[in-house]
Structures are given as C-alpha cells and as structure tokens.
Design a protein around this ligand. Structure first.
Ligand SMILES: *Cc1c(COP(=O)(O)O)cnc(C)c1O
Length: 374
C-alpha cells in the first residue's frame, strides 16, 4: 500500500498552480534518484554546500549562489546579509538590530502588498520594514542613512499600481543600497534566473526550488553579488546564526542541484509546448462539456512565460464553487480561480498544465463538466 493510501489521503490532480498547499510541484525521477544516492553516504557538509553553490551559480550565470530551504528562507537570509554583511558579531545578535546603523528595509506599499505574506518574513531578522508610496521617486527619496536594503516583489498580480520591478531596477540599481528581488515564482523563462541580477543589476534575487524548478519542496535559491551571497551563506546553517533554523540536508542539496540542471536544460520551448498541447486538448474537451468561452494566453498569472487556459463558466457558477466541487470528487482536482480582490469575473477559472500529465487532462475536463451540470 502506498504512503498516501495508508494515511487515507487521495492524491489531487493539480490543474491550478505550484501552490505550496498542494505540494508545489513533482520532482523529476532523476532528482529523486539523486536524493536517494546522497542518502547513502556522509560527506564534509560545509564543503558540499560550497560546491553545490558554485555549480548553482554557474548554471544560473550568476556571480554567486546559495541553496537554501525555500524562497522564504532566502528572503530572511538575504535580509540578514544586507543588515550584517560578514560581521559575525552582528549576525549573532539578530534579531536585535539596535546596534546597527542600517536597519531599515524599504518596500512599495502596493494595493496587493497583503496578498504577498512573504515580505513579513524579512521582519524575522529584526529589521524595521518601511513601506513607501509606490512610485520610483518616493522610493528614491525614502533612501537614507538607515536604509539597509530595498525588497521588490515582481509579478503582474502583485504589482497593480506599483512601478514594475524592471523599471525600478533600471532607475535605482546604482543607488548604492542593495536591492533584493523576490522572484520565487517568476519562472519560466529560465533566463529569469539571471535576468534580475546580471541583466538588471539587482544585488540579490530569490527563487523557490519547490515550484517551477521542481526540486525538493524544502529548497530555494539566492543568486547575485558575491559579497552578499557569501554573507547569506555565513548567516545560514551549519553556522550558529539566524539561518541555523533553515537546514538544507545533503539529500535536498543533491535533489535541488539535479532539478536545477534539468530545468536549465529542459525548461524552454519543449516544456512550453508540452503544456500548450495539453491545454489545447483540455479546451477541446471543455467545449464538449458545453463551455464555449475559452482562451489560451501565453502569459502565466504572475507574468511568467507559460500557457494558461481561461474558461468562463455559465452564469451563476463560480470559480471558487468549481474548485470546492472538484476537490470533493473521488479523485480530487484543484482548479484555478482568482480571489475577489483581482476584480475578475466570478465565473472565470484558470487551468495551468505545469503540473499536469497527459493522462490527467481528460479527468480535469470531466470534473469541470460535472460541476457545470451539477
Ligand atoms: C511561494 C513564494 C514564496 C515562498 O517560497 P517557498 O519556497 O515556498 O519558501 C515567496 N515569495 C513569493 C512571491 C512566492 O510566490
């Protein structure tokens, strides 16, 4: 009997997103094999971390990189690096920032800031978070002698009425204060792994390892300028500072690095086209179910480069109702819907094939059809 079966938990078909609450994404068998392999022997872990980080920097075309336990931990470690640099005495005192001259972190006060709970993670370092009116001029004027860093949260859903990350970096990359980009879910394209840092001048950029990279759920990546990445690594496990709470094991390091290699080499057109093919078939099947208003876009919800199928359900039906219905089926399906705050039609659903196998396309269509008829 399988693990989930023993716990009496049916597996869910993920037609929505790389949501953490669903398990993010599924690892490629080659990444799982690397974890099994790594579980078979002891190594010098600090040296392993160094070598994995070097490889990750090479693969992502960055000066330096550090593998962490997730993008959230990446945000905390990045903040610690901006606050303390390589000052071990200062790191030891965190979250007490009272002796630091620069202890404020600036963020845009966007309309959707509260939809991105991740920014609050930064406060675990003890930094004072200062939200600024969302304009480049206001951000520039807010920089002062106490500013330790600026954090940006790209993504079309998050950046409503906020100057976008590209614009901000172009205007402020040379302002003298480190800029950290939370690009946890801003993949694909693969080139985003170096776009914000190498191309646009961000000091650090953070990615989730358990979402589009399809590494272990408990992994993430910091990339960027060597001095700051080195400081983030110093703040991290196995060193006895704040990041001791976020331990990446040897197995996770092996799984992540293998997943990153696979993503960098196979995450381009072939991946896009596989999803597009699945969504085209899904659209045909939904048409058979009587749903006529269907549209495939080439842009994901957060502005990423991936196909997405939008379907408008009949009047009186809602996306949220559809999700609740399909999640209760014997083989549950997670259907994408937009929260009310996004001002989209209530009866709109989105379907994403990132985590879908060919065999799962038909059950998704049938599940939506069953809701429409219910
Ligand atoms: C998912 C996400 C995170 C957290 O990533 P983990 O790898 O799960 O810790 C942080 N920021 C944003 C914008 C995200 O979408």
């Amino acid at each position: 009997m399988g693990f989930y079966e023993r716990l009496n938990m049916p597996t869910i078909i993920n037609a929505s997103e790389t949501y953490t609450a669903l398990g993010g994404s599924l690892m490629d068998p080659r990444a799982v094999a690397a974890m099994t392999e790594a579980a078979k022997g002891f190594v010098d872990v600090p040296e392993l971390i160094k070598r994995v980080d070097e490889k990750a920097a090479e693969l992502t075309r960055n000066e330096a990189a550090h593998v962490t336990t997730g993008a959230s931990a990446g945000l905390v470690l990045s903040a610690a690096a901006c606050l303390c640099g390589s000052d071990e005495a200062a790191l030891k005192r965190l979250p007490d920032c009272s002796a630091l001259a620069r202890k404020e972190i600036l963020l845009y006060r966007g309309e959707y800031l509260d939809l991105i709970p991740y920014w609050r993670m930064i406060a675990n370092t003890g930094a004072s978070l200062v939200t600024v009116e969302p304009s480049i001029d206001a951000l520039r004027s807010a920089i002062n002698a106490k500013t330790a860093a600026i954090f940006l949260f790209p993504g079309t859903l998050y950046e409503k009425d906020v100057p976008d990350c590209e614009e901000t970096l172009t205007a402020l990359a040379a302002c003298g204060v480190p800029i950290v980009v939370d690009a946890a879910a801003q993949l694909p394209p693969v080139s985003n792994l170096w776009h914000y840092t190498r191309d646009l001048g961000a000091s650090l950029c953070v990615f989730s390892g358990g979402k589009h990279i399809r590494g272990p759920q408990s992994t993430g990546l910091i990339v960027g300028k060597r001095a700051l990445v080195d400081a983030a690594r110093l703040a991290a496990c196995p060193n006895p500072f704040l990041g001791r709470a976020f331990k990446t094991g040897k197995e996770e390091l092996a799984g992540f690095l293998t997943a990153l290699e696979i993503f960098v080499t196979e995450g381009g057109d072939a991946l896009f086209n596989r999803q597009l093919r699945q969504l085209e078939r899904l659209a045909d099947l939904l048409r058979e179910e009587g749903i006529q208003q269907l549209e495939i876009t080439n842009v994901g919800r957060l502005g990423t480069e991936q196909p997405l199928l939008h379907a408008l359900l009949p009047q009186g039906k809602t996306g949220e109702g559809c999700n609740q219905f399909t999640r209760k089926l014997p083989h549950p399906v997670d259907i994408g819907f937009y929260g009310k705050e996004f001002g989209k039609p209530e009866n709109l659903i989105f379907l994403n094939a990132y985590n879908l196998t060919d065999e799962q396309v038909e059950p998704v269509a049938r599940a939506v059809g069953a809701y429409v008829r219910a």
